[in-house]
Write a protein that binds this ligand. Sequence first.
Ligand SMILES: Cc1cc2nc3c(=O)[nH]c(=O)nc-3n(C[C@H](O)[C@H](O)[C@H](O)COP(=O)(O)OP(=O)(O)OC[C@H]3O[C@@H](n4cnc5c(N)ncnc54)[C@H](O)[C@@H]3O)c2cc1C
Length: 435
Amino acid sequence: MILNTDVLIIGAGITGLNFALNLRDDLDIIVLAKNSLQECNSYLAQGGISVLRNENDYEAYIGDTLSAGGFKNKRQAVEILVKESRAAIKRLEQLEVPFNRDKNGELIYTREGAHSINRIVHCDDNTGEQLHKVLEKKVREKTNVKLIENCFFADLLASKNRCVGALAINEGKELNIIAKTTIIATGGIGGLFKNSTNFHSISGDGIAIAIKNNIKVEHLNYIQFHPTSFYEDIEDKRRLLISEAVRGEGGRLLNKEGSRFVNELLPRDKVTEAIIKEELKYKSNHVYLDISFLEKDFVLKRFPNIYKNCLERGIDITKEPIPVTPAQHYFMGGIKVDMYCRTSMENLYAAGEVSSTGLHGANRLASNSLLESLVFSNRAVEYINRTISPYSVIFKELIKKSDGDKDYYNNSLSIILQQEIKKVRGDIINELVAL
Ligand SMILES: Cc1cc2nc3c(=O)[nH]c(=O)nc-3n(C[C@H](O)[C@H](O)[C@H](O)COP(=O)(O)OP(=O)(O)OC[C@H]3O[C@@H](n4cnc5c(N)ncnc54)[C@H](O)[C@@H]3O)c2cc1C
């Protein structure tokens, strides 16, 4: 089966949905999800989204991101992220994403490891789920967007380094989707690991297909292990993440003897390393994260989902420490993109966790991932909206209007082409004048 579209978005996490919502209404858009729409890592995000707190925070936020990334970050990407963070959050506020607010209606900011101040906005402790729900609802209201679930992206359709769409498998049938612009937003690689906080189905498919098609990828060894996933003796099951925000609110890491062994707010790689050392020292497969000394009401209000999920596993976090151990969590490398998410293949974009903007360096600062998805997809949207050929839209309108009348079609077309030629001439003259 063959489908034609203006834009094909592969992936329906926060990244894919943000594209679908903000691309022009006059473009035909198809969005693919491998399984259900909810089976994406975006849905699992707990802690929140970082944002520039105020102008005084500019250097500090950049410094925190660089330092967490081991100074391997691309500075330009970090500056863009920080500068455009407030606008990205403002857009979400306009969509009425239910961020936690104080009595005066002001956003509440929390803190996570390696942040020097509180600068993370959140929706309780399931920010990703609440954000995804809002975006999904808004996307479903758009008549130009077609969402296809249970549709497996199998390969790109490309010729001479020019992407013309993708091959997918939907309910056992081949689907050739021809698209002017294709966006890969297939997320990370956690499904390749035995112990990961990711959904197993998020398994690096986008990267594998990029490599197969000779598209540039980078930093494939930059893989982040989160220090605190709930320890349980299970195989083949996603590991429950105990958000960094638990440590941000004062949670303490304890070894088998009940002693603290590390500054809990160090970057993730440092805390992970310290936990592994402790586990080896005590020949144990976990350490403990204790938050039971905090006010019970506060814990229940701040971490309702972590409380519920731990209780289901036999641990009451208001009374006892949580057994935790590191697990694969995030992929900083990926398909190499520029600051508009353009890949090395023409007409092909990549965004979100599958992409490498270079922003995170060798280790991601907590809560910078959703923000990266939003900021860079917003930039790519703006670029695509401005540059995607308007002709298909014009032709579609014209065919509809002419209703089979060839003369009407030809005359209208020649008027449109003359107008376009004038515009192009105007642009060239302007460029020459500017020179
Ligand atoms: C437990 C957990 C907690 C987190 N907490 C935070 C947090 O608090 N703050 C933060 O900033 N980040 C957090 N992160 C990281 C963040 O959630 C992800 O990096 C981000 O959501 C990735 O978004 P995405 O749109 O790129 O990918 P995803 O949300 O993972 O979406 C990928 C999409 O691609 C589709 N797909 C994949 N392969 C195929 C295929 N072959 N065919 C078709 N479709 C395919 C999937 O179906 C899915 O729709 C967390 C991650 C996890 C796992």
